[in-house]
Design a protein around this ligand. Structure first.
Ligand code: ATR
Length: 294
C-alpha cells in the first residue's frame, strides 16, 4: 500500500499558479477537482511568487520539468522574455496566463481571451463574427477580450474608457495588428448613447460592481440598455452584478464573468492534459469556492 502511494507520488504531474497574491485564487480547487474527476495523477498548487523571483520560478519549471503553470498579477507581461515561444493570441495580447512545458520548451498561451469567446458561445450562444461590440475599460482584461473579439471577426469595435487615451492606445494597436476598424470613445452618456442603439454586445471589463462594493451605479447608464443587446460583465463575484440586474430589467440577455474564469481554466486544462475538460464539475468547484470566499 505504502509502496503504491510512493509510486503514485513519483509520477505526479505538477501544475500551479504563479502570482502575488494567490491565496484567494479559485484555480487550485477548479483544476484539482477536474484532475480527480478524470482520475488523473496531477496536482495544481498555488505558488506565491514576488516580482523579483519570477525568473527563478520559471527556471524552476524547467529544472523540475513541471508540466505547466498559470500566471496572474503581477506576472502576465513580465514572463514573456523567459519563454521559448508564444501562441498567436499571447503575442498579440502581450500577456501570458498559461505556460505549457512541451518536453522542455516553454510555450506561452493566453487563454483569457479564448476563454471569454468560449463562454460567449457556450453560455450565451453568441458568435461575435460580424457583430458590433463595445468593450468598456482598457486594462489587461479589456486587452485580452478586445483582441480576441477582433480576431473573431467583429464588424465594429468600440472601446470606452474613463481615461480615453488608454482606450485610444489599445484600439490603435488592435487596428494596426488586425486591420479592424475600431474607435475609442469616452464613457460620457452622450458618446455612449450615440453608439448603443446599434450594438449587439457590451462587455464591461472594469471592476465596478465587484464584491464587496456591489451597490454602485453601473458603468453603463441603465436607460441606454435595450432588449437587442447581450450585456456581459467580467466580474464573477457576484455573478449577477448591478449592471446585469439592470440589463435584465431592460430585457437584454446577460452573461456573468464566471464563464470566462471557467473557460480560461478549461482551455489551460486541455493544453496540459490533452483531454477534454470536465466542465460541469469545474463550474461546481468554482461556485463552491466563491461561496467560501464571500
Ligand atoms: P484588469 O487587468 O482587471 O483589466 P486594470 O488593468 O486595473 O485591471 O484595468 C481596470 C480598468 O477598469 C481600467 O480601464 C480602468 O479605467 P482607467 O483606465 O480610467 O483607470 C477601469 N476602471 C476601474 N475603476 C473604474 C470606475 N470606477 N469607473 C470606470 N472605470 C473604471
Amino acid at each position: 500500500m505504502e509502496q503504491l502511494a510512493e509510486t503514485k507520488l513519483a509520477n505526479t504531474e505538477i501544475t500551479g499558479l504563479l502570482g502575488d497574491p494567490v491565496e484567494h485564487s479559485l484555480s487550485p480547487v477548479m483544476h484539482n477537482r477536474a484532475f480527480q474527476e478524470l482520475g488523473l495523477n496531477n496536482l495544481y498548487l498555488p505558488w506565491a511568487v514576488k516580482e523579483d523571483k519570477l525568473a527563478q520560478a520559471v527556471a524552476g519549471i524547467r529544472g523540475l520539468d513541471i508540466k505547466g503553470a498559470n500566471l496572474t498579477i503581477p506576472h502576465k507581461q513580465q514572463v514573456l522574455p523567459h519563454l521559448d515561444e508564444l501562441s498567436e493570441e499571447a503575442r498579440l495580447i502581450g500577456a501570458v496566463n498559461t505556460i505549457e512545458n512541451q518536453a522542455g520548451k516553454l510555450i506561452g498561451h493566453n487563454t483569457d481571451g479564448r476563454g471569454y469567446l468560449r463562454s460567449l458561445q457556450e453560455e450565451a450562444d453568441f458568435n461575435p463574427a460580424a457583430k458590433k461590440v463595445l468593450v468598456v475599460g482598457a486594462g489587461g482584461a479589456a486587452r485580452a477580450v478586445a483582441f480576441q473579439l477582433a480576431l473573431a471577426g467583429v464588424s465594429e469595435l468600440y472601446i470606452a474608457n474613463r481615461t480615453v487615451k488608454k482606450a485610444k492606445a489599445l484600439i490603435e494597436e488592435i487596428n494596426k495588428q488586425l486591420e479592424v476598424t475600431g474607435k475609442a470613445i469616452s464613457l460620457s452618456k452622450e458618446r455612449l448613447a450615440e453608439k448603443m442603439e446599434r450594438l449587439d454586445l457590451v462587455v464591461d471589463t472594469t471592476p465596478v460592481g465587484m464584491y464587496p462594493q456591489t451597490e454602485v451605479e453601473p458603468v453603463i447608464p441603465a436607460d441606454l440598455l435595450h432588449s437587442d443587446l447581450l450585456v456581459s460583465d467580467l466580474v464573477y463575484n457576484p455573478q449577477e452584478t448591478v449592471l446585469l440586474q439592470v440589463a435584465k430589467k431592460k430585457g437584454a440577455a446577460t452573461l456573468s464573468g464566471l464563464g470566462m474564469l471557467l473557460y480560461q481554466g478549461v482551455i489551460a486544462f486541455e493544453i496540459w492534459t490533452g483531454k477534454k475538460a470536465p466542465v460541469k464539475v469545474m463550474r461546481e468547484a468554482l461556485e463552491k469556492g466563491l461561496k467560501r470566499n464571500t
